[in-house]
Ligand binder design. Sequence first.
Ligand SMILES: O=C(O)C(=O)Cc1ccccc1
Length: 274
Amino acid sequence: MSIKIAYLGPAGTFSEEAAECFANKASLEAELEPCATVADCAGRAEDDAVKYAVVPLENSLEGSVHATLDVLMTSLELSIQAELVLDIEHNLLCPHKEMGQISQVYSHPQALAQCRDFLRQRLPQARLVPALSTAEAAAQVAREQSGAAIASKRAAKRYGLHILAENIQDSENRTRFIVLGKETPVPALPQKASLVFSVTNAAGSLFRVLQAFADHGVNLTRIESRPARKQLGDYIFFVDLDGTPDDINVKKALRQAAKEAVVLKLLGSYPVLP
Ligand SMILES: O=C(O)C(=O)Cc1ccccc1
């Protein structure tokens, strides 16, 4: 039986590639459903219209995708089911072949930022215009027959655009995608877990939460702060760690950390897909 997977669309995005990759690795027969925003993707999974939502979380050059952190922070039902990392190659796509005529470059804000050096050197005069996704930018450029888009080669093919420059990202460019859903994933090696917490605004409060992981020898692989969206200076913290809450040391560390934090929520414990 085929299941549905939502991804940040339209067709031709890196999220579509990640969703295909996840379906293959998990041997799922899947129907992929494009959504306009990360929040829409998560909403489809929350409403049970799809089983999974595949969204970008973090990029090696540009850091976190805030829309995804916001979904993780607010969603009560979704947890992280799996993660996968993709190499991202960006290209400059255009309806014509003249680099000199480009006055606007459209793309997802992360893609524009990942190609900053190229844009500064080769198109210093161009206005950079954010789009909902790289493929949405390609579709718009094809529709309007003006400007250029930063997107994949598969988007170039799909929307009938010329590739004016290949491989234009600043340096090694990898993106971590997560699979959101309502299931409790079946343990497989290696495992990671993600959590979010807040602390009081007092000396040592963050230190004491982190100390819990150090005390029990749990390796943290990422820490990220985001505004708590209450008042200026209030933050929440996202942490990833090696292991699962089934590991005794992780369990103890989480119990100790939860005592020190104001709130602490587990976002999922999941396999890292090779
Ligand atoms: O816009 C896309 O294609 C996405 O899937 C989001 C994104 C943008 C830039 C790098 C990786 C993912």
